[in-house]
Structures are given as C-alpha cells and as structure tokens.
Design a protein. Sequence first.
Length: 276
Amino acid sequence: MELKTTKWEVNDGVAILTLSRPDHHNAWTGRMHTELRHLLQLADPDPAVRVIIITGDPEGVTFCPGADTRALEGHVERGGYDAGTPDDLAEPGFGVSAEFDADFAYFFGLETVTIAALNGAAAGVGLAVAAWCDLRFAAPGIKLTSAHGRLNLPAEYGLSWLLPRLIGHGRASELLLSSRVVLAEEAAQSGLINGIFPADDLLADVTRYAANLLTTVSPHALRSTKRQLALDSVRSGPADSVRDAQSRLDSMTTEADYREAIAAFVERRIPDWADD
C-alpha cells in the first residue's frame, strides 16, 4: 500500500509509525486509519519488529487533533457518520478474542508492544489511539481531550471502557463527562501518561526506552506479558489468569532464552537473546 498519511521505519527492532498530514496538523482521516491498520497488520507477525512507537509528524505540530474538519463537515452533509475506510480494511490483532475485534480494541489483540510518543496535542480519535497503546510518553504541557461532548458525540472508540481501567472510574468519569482539556502533567499524575520527556528529545528518549526493553526483556516474555495483560482485562476472575501463567511458565522454561537469561544473571552480563 502506498503511504500517503503515515510514515514507517524500522531500526534494530523498533518501528516508528508517524501520523503524517503536516499541512492539516496530522488530523485523522479514513485513509490514515486504513494505513495504520495496514502497517500494524504487517508489523505484528514480523520478527524484525518488536516494539512500535506511534508519534505525530513534528511539522504538523500536534500528535493528532482528532478528525479532519472536512470529514466532520462531510458527516453533516451526508446526514450521518461515514468512517471513510474501504470494505477490505486490514484486521490487525483480530481473531485472538472476540472482545478485541473492533476499531482500536484490536490493539489488545496485537502481540507487539505499542508506545505512543505524544509530541503534541491529542484530541478525539488522537487520544483514543494513544490510550489504546500499551504505554504513553509525552512532551511537557501538551493538551489531551476526548472532545466528544462539545461535538454532540458519545465517548468514542471504547474510551468509556478503557479509561476507567487506566486511571480509575472517578477520574475517567470526570474527564469524559466534561470533555475538558488535560495537560500532560495532570495526565501523568493520574497514570494516563507513563512519563514526560523534553519536547526536543521526546522521540529519541522514547526510542531509547524501547531499545532498553529489547535489551533487558526477552522477545517471548515481552509478547507473552502483553498478551496476558490484554486477556486478563476481559477475564472474570484470577483463576484463569493463574492457569494461563502456569501454562506459559511450563513452556517458556524449556526455551533457549530461559537458559540464556539464567546464564546472563549468574555471569552478571547482558543477555544475548535468540532471534525470535
């Protein structure tokens, strides 16, 4: 697929997916969603990609300010919502659990860790993309908002399910009911943002964080833990989680990377993980 609204590069296991419509502040369109899903579908089974960082084109100033204004006007003209995506839209993460087979919930079906690097404002669907990532890092002072209430829209893309699990029911209720703007610092205090890095160094710092994950955590452990967190979010109790963990433990302790991990620990060196 020709990339018209995104950019993609992979270096040493870390992929950077850039939302790129700089002339429109990286505003969301059906084409951008189509490209995002296409790239995630290609990347998830690729052993050369172990972490995906999603960021905004710096020339667009924001991470993603939500839907393109022309798209919003088009909904009015057509008398209803139109996603603007093709019928053969890629389905990354689908098939793991029925609970994940929907827009953006598919992030939970991915095995590859996703990190949002918020180098500018994130509103509406931009906030949703960031929230569905596994981790979120931001530049100081950036603005976050669901924005939906001011547009006569419902809380979108599963945020009413996801945000209470990320920051608690009370905080999520206040943010979603008010649709107010939150700065990165407040979002970090609530747990929505995992860390704040200087604006000029944000992507480099997040890339170093991702590279450190790949050095210290085995590829299988990284994928397995992400999958456990996703599945446990829709389990009704802890017993299934414990049984799943035990099954993974029985299998993973027979692997070469387990033997390498123990050897590296004893020898006080960095593990040399097997290609995965």
